[in-house]
Ligand binder design. Sequence first.
Ligand code: HEC
Length: 142
Amino acid sequence: MAALVAGLIVVFVVMGYAVDRWSVVARARKLKNPVAATPEALSEGKQLYQQHCQRCHGANGDGHGEKAPELSVAPGDFTNTPKMSRVSDGELYWQITYGRLPMPAFRDKIDEQGRWELVDYIRTFAAAPSHADATREGGRSE
Ligand code: HEC
């Protein structure tokens, strides 16, 4: 009986963890980007990118930074327009905030404003989607 209870507790903890992660992602997807992609925001984003991201993600965002060959997982390719148009700004923000090994988390290294500026900046690597993209509405002046 004790073993059964212990087993159930483990199952619930694991499920709770999984559910929690999913709900964070679901909530993150819907986050509105509060930082419009103004020239100022993009230039701030670019500086942050060069300082923190370029060594893995590459100067042009294709995932071929100088450190990329040493990593166990290939960094994402931000020039892949179909892929980038499927992810929302909120999701990118969440990925930058929490990371996923070997990608480090930037929650404590870059403030919120900076992380949204990075989202705006990494969007510039992919060709702009031709249609109005639902994920990019809000917080933008265009
Ligand atoms: C140590 C190398 C490294 C650094 C530094 C790094 N990344 Fe990553 N990044 C990765 C790897 C590897 C992945 C893929 C992780 C996975 O798929 O599990 C990734 C994934 C991502 C993703 C998820 C989307 C995708 O295309 O896979 C985003 C967004 C991202 N990185 C943004 C950034 C930003 C912005 C910075 C700088 C603030 C940064 N990364 C710094 C290695 C890095």
